[in-house]
Design a protein around this ligand. Structure first.
Ligand code: ZN
Length: 285
């Protein structure tokens, strides 16, 4: 399996950092051969940035297990929609980085500064992974409104950039039944009619879904029958991930997907694409 989403470093004040030994130990335990490690650098995210340089150091020690991402904040380099990110992206790509993210700057996702960064990531052939927030202020991540109109605008304006969607603001829209109260959380219950996420995944070849964290797992497991159908239907657009960022973190998606395969709820083809082949394609491995 290839995990599209993990972190290294200290996330919260009162808990130990996930170091490379803990990450590799969990990967061995869960049967994950390679994992993308995403730096976190925007001030909204936490007190302790986890830098691209640190991820690259760990990658150099474990090049067969770690897939490094780089991270940039759209406000880096002068807080302007005209900042030239091309040189830094080239430098990071040459150092081995396979994607950009997890993007957590809390601006609207169609803010000109984000559009500029997204455009340049597309030109550099680096996919972007974003944590979708439901508002500006009090949270982290690029923000959108209910129904994800801004994300749709971004996807259609920047067809050469690959976007990987993550977090509650994204996955709560798997169902059309979502409102201002539930869209920032983990809505439960059956999915009677598909929402904006399936619509956008179907319509835009440049959008993928990151199944990591409570948000991705909730989306595919809240209504298991719909979830299996969704995994099968979007087998070319989904990426397995854990979002490991705590020591001994619970990772229910691993047994869930393995059982779904064992019990014949999803095909082996879908399982292999979601847990490995799509990542190889999107990250150019
Ligand atoms: Zn994350």
């Amino acid at each position: 399996m290839i995990d599209i989403h993990t972190h290294l470093g200290r996330i919260a004040l009162n808990e130990p950092a996930v170091d490379e030994h803990e990450l590799l130990r969990r990967m061995d335990e869960l049967g994950i051969e390679r994992t993308a490690v995403l730096p976190l650098i925007s001030p909204e995210t936490g007190f302790f940035p986890s830098t691209t340089e640190k991820v690259l150091e760990v990658y150099c020690r474990h090049p067969d297990r770690i897939i490094p991402f780089c991270n940039l904040d759209p406000r880096n380099g002068g807080n302007s929609p005209d900042t030239d990110f091309s040189k830094v992206l080239k430098e990071y790509k040459e150092a081995g980085c396979k994607g950009v993210g997890e993007l957590t700057a809390n601006l609207y996702i169609d803010d000109p500064r984000y559009m500029n960064l997204f455009y340049q990531c597309g030109k550099a052939h680096l996919p972007v992974l974003f944590h979708l927030a439901v508002k500006v202020g009090g949270v982290y991540g690029p923000a959108d409104d209910k129904g994800l109109p801004r994300l749709e605008k971004v996807l259609s304006k920047l067809p050469d950039t690959i976007f990987i969607g993550h977090a509650m603001g994204f996955w709560s829209e798997i169902s059309s039944k979502v409102d201002e109260k539930t869209r920032g959380g983990y809505p439960k219950g059956p999915i009677k009619s598909p929402g904006r996420v399936p619509y956008l995944l179907k319509k835009y070849p440049n959008l993928y879904g990151d199944l990591s964290a409570g948000s991705g797992f909730n989306a595919i497991s809240r209504d298991p029958e719909y979830g299996y159908k969704f995994l099968e239907e979007f087998q070319d657009k989904l990426l397995f991930g854990t979002d490991i960022c705590h020591v001994n973190q619970d990772v229910p998606i691993v047994p869930y997907l393995k059982n779904a395969l064992k019990e014949g709820k999803i095909s082996r083809t879908a399982f292999e694409k979601i847990t490995r082949k799509n990542a190889e394609k999107v990250l150019n491995l």
